[in-house]
Unconditional design. Structure first.
Length: 241
């Protein structure tokens, strides 16, 4: 089967799937992903509490630190700034206002809920686990908060990931969608890497931040998809009437 034949075959399947069923599949996939992220976080948290991630954390930290140089440190400081609380708060206010002024009220509300929830989630988890931060590299000042999970990782997934979803779910340009998601994933990974490189987090902190954020972000995506499904069904019912 050639590429064009395969593309035509998949397109024909897509056209045959009723819209509610297609959205239902998205909701099921999103729910499954959210639950998987939740169980993974619970397992990782248990491993951290028992001290079973110590070898993994130190091995990864030392490996990444071997690549340290002045220019890379400057770059990593830039990426860590893009995931900082102050920067993302300022950006969140701007994004909310843009959605609101563009009459994207649902997107504005969901985005505000995402960021507010991420702050609460990060604060609660850090207080629950009380993990002391590692000794930093490069004399990097240590934040006063606890180490597990990484707030930068959690906030960056919630901010950039949910923002990417809210944008790409509302545009039809496939190339733009791919570009947005590629940039989003790359940026989120680099922000997490910067925290390990600078030595202010253990790798397990960063992974846990991703998992917690993925669970929360998937929940927001599920709500957005469900509301969109209800909107489309009401529109279809209105046309039939």
């Amino acid at each position: 089967m050639t590429f064009n034949q395969a593309k035509h075959f998949l397109s024909s399947i897509y056209r045959e799937i009723p819209f509610p069923a297609f959205i239902g599949s998205i909701l099921s996939l999103g729910l499954g992903s959210a639950l998987a992220a939740l169980f993974f976080f619970a397992w990782l948290a248990d491993e951290v509490l028992e001290g079973d991630t110590k070898v993994f954390d130190e091995t990864i930290r030392n490996f990444i630190h071997e690549f340290a140089d002045e220019s890379l440190t400057t770059l990593m400081n830039l990426f860590t700034m893009l995931g900082s609380t102050a920067f993302l708060i300022a950006m969140s206010v701007g994004v909310f206002l843009i959605f609101f002024l563009k009459s994207r009220r649902r997107a504005a509300a969901l985005f505000a809920a995402t960021m507010a929830g991420s702050v609460i989630l990060n604060f609660a988890l850090k207080l629950i686990f009380h993990r002391v931060r590692p000794v930093p590299f490069f004399d990097t000042p240590l934040p006063s908060s606890y180490s597990f999970p990484s707030g930068h990782s959690l906030f960056s997934v919630c901010f950039y990931g949910v923002l990417a979803w809210l944008i790409t779910a509302r545009i039809r340009n496939r190339s733009a969608q791919i570009l947005i998601w590629s940039l989003t994933v790359s940026l989120v990974l680099l922000i997490g890497l910067s925290r390990i490189y600078l030595g202010v987090h253990y790798p397990s902190d960063v992974i846990a931040g991703y998992a917690a954020a993925f669970f929360w972000g998937s929940s927001v995506v599920l709500v957005d998809s469900a509301l969109e499904k209800r909107k489309k069904l009401r529109q279809a019912q209105g046309l039939r009437e």
